[in-house]
Design a protein around this ligand. Sequence first.
Ligand SMILES: [Zn+2]
Length: 126
Amino acid sequence: MVASRGTIVARGFTRRCPRCGSGKLFTRWVKMVADCPRCGLHFERESGYWAGAMAINIACTGGLCVVLLVGMLIATIPDVPVAPILGLLLPVAILGPLVWFPFSKTLWLAIDLGFLQRMDPHERET
Ligand SMILES: [Zn+2]
């Protein structure tokens, strides 16, 4: 039975296999196994496959930085404290991609499995 798109995306947000829901996909925070330990889904389908995960990671980190910057600017205009704002935004910009890394990978897998592969009638679910 194929899971619903909502279930697949929820699994992606929680670092689980989008096809079967299995956890334990990461041996370390940034080290992902090649195949799902339960269903055998091979994660990196082709060379360059993780570009989508990288885009998600950049969008989430960049979006968070923009929201924080705009919020702080709105709260402090006209006397904008540049140094404290940079002191907050730089760690977010540097550490954000590391925090998002595993989530962006499983979320990309979920988007690919739940939406992109289903739109292609020639694509098999492997
Ligand atoms: Zn699986």
